[in-house]
Design a protein around this ligand. Structure first.
Ligand SMILES: [Mg+2]
Ligand SMILES: [Zn+2]
Length: 158
């Protein structure tokens, strides 16, 4: 079995923008703390998997293609930092427009990843910047961690 660190995107990998949906490469500002810490997780044997709500698709603010393009850029940037993003999952729905069971705090995307990559949940973590990330983790039986206010991620996971 594998172990994984699941990461929320907005507010963890890239800096948060209040009331603003990031959909363009030019607006994607990496959290300066992210690379060494994530590399550390990878060296400890964790798979790195991103789980993101992208309700802006449902709101027609941008398209699935825009998100895929942005994620290709994100994955490429990580690769240049010697970090492999195993997979990036996103929910395209917004609860003001349509219901689904993949939008956090629901846990479908986490559960999909767990099944697909044979992940041991008890050895895995979900790092997010919002209570709904922690709730989704809890629903899936994974330990949720809130990132600190200054954007620092825990170096040691426990
Ligand atoms: Mg977030
Ligand atoms: Zn969804």
């Amino acid at each position: 079995m594998n172990k994984a660190v699941f990461l929320d995107r907005d507010g963890v990998i890239n800096n948060p923008r209040s009331n603003y949906y990031v959909s363009k490469i030019a607006d994607f500002e990496f959290n300066t703390h992210i690379f060494p810490v994530i590399r550390g997780y990878q060296e400890q044997g964790y798979l790195i998997i991103v789980i993101s709500n992208q309700g802006g698709i449902s709101k027609k603010l941008y398209t699935i293609k825009d998100v895929e393009k942005l994620h290709a850029f994100m994955t490429d940037t990580f690769k240049k930092e010697n970090i492999i993003i195993t997979e990036t999952y996103f929910c395209p729905h917004h609860n003001s427009i349509e219901n689904c069971i993949c939008r956090k705090p629901d846990s479908l995307l986490l559960e999909k990843a767990v099944a697909r990559f044979n992940i041991n949940k008890t050895e895995s973590y979900f790092i997010g910047d919002s209570v709904r990330d922690v709730e989704a983790a809890k629903k899936a039986g994974i330990k949720g961690i809130l990132i600190s206010k200054n954007g620092e991620l825990p170096k040691k996971l426990s």
